[in-house]
Write a protein that binds this ligand. Sequence first.
Ligand SMILES: Cc1cc2nc3c(=O)[nH]c(=O)nc-3n(C[C@H](O)[C@H](O)[C@H](O)COP(=O)(O)O)c2cc1C
Length: 291
Amino acid sequence: MSNILICYFSGTGNTKKVVKEFAKNMQNFGATVTLHNIEDGEIKQDLNNFDHIGIAYPIHAFNAPEIVLDFAKTLKKCKFKSKKPLFIIKTSGEPLVLNNISSTKLRSILKKNFVLTNEYHYCMPYNIIFRHTNNMAYKMWNTAQNVIPIDCQEILQDKIDKLSYFPCRHFLSWAFRIEHWGGKFNGKHYKVNESCVKCTACAKRCPTHNITIENGEFKFGKNCIMCMRCSFCCPTNAIKIGFFNKWKVNGQYNFDAFNESETQTHKKYCKKAYKKYFKKMETKISQNMQK
Ligand SMILES: Cc1cc2nc3c(=O)[nH]c(=O)nc-3n(C[C@H](O)[C@H](O)[C@H](O)COP(=O)(O)O)c2cc1C
């Protein structure tokens, strides 16, 4: 019986949803699964007890969020008897192949102690840039749910499955990591408007404790990681996200029902890439059914 650890970060719930689906399926295949939320800090267990270790994150500007990279650095200190098999799970709003470079830095931090065996990328609806339709969210989630059992089996059966990377990935990944600095800078310009009902959910939920309330005033510090949890989950859509306010997405998606009458939006956006993504996933699912 395999013993699996999945360490994850999720800003607005998409990655957590995918990780929970992984855990459910792996348990159905007889594995024991431990989930560790990266927000809770360093992991205390002896990692030698796990057969496979997974790291899951949402792609931020074609990279892993800084909180994930910082966590990975803590894993460097662990003493391993041998290199551990590592799988990476990532979610992102669009399926551009450029997203494949997002694990470049993470892999280089972990290369001493881990050997990457599997890497999976699932499209989940945007939490910034624009709001996908609920029908698109439904289609993305439905696809992920159908392919995750196959991906889980691959990991448990030690079947290697990796993504393709292109040559200048180190430079591109480094250049896009400006987002880590940019997020901190932009985060100081967040503001709360008059529709705020002072529920303080944003301050309570912020993964970096970056939001404080002084004399009823909301203060945004310099540790924002642009995860979007505060503005995405705000019940009155009261948070202005600095210079990116036009890209704000507020409110949970409905993943559970296809609505025939919903108007399709952003029809042309990354049309070819989405088509290719869904086709690739459908092929994997149908090939698995024929076995
Ligand atoms: C700051 C930021 C940058 C993002 N950059 C990308 C990106 O480069 N490519 C992409 O496809 N999606 C990008 N996204 C969208 C998220 O990766 C996507 O919505 C993800 O599923 C969110 O997962 P979560 O709910 O677990 O946080 C970005 C989101 C944020 C907040």
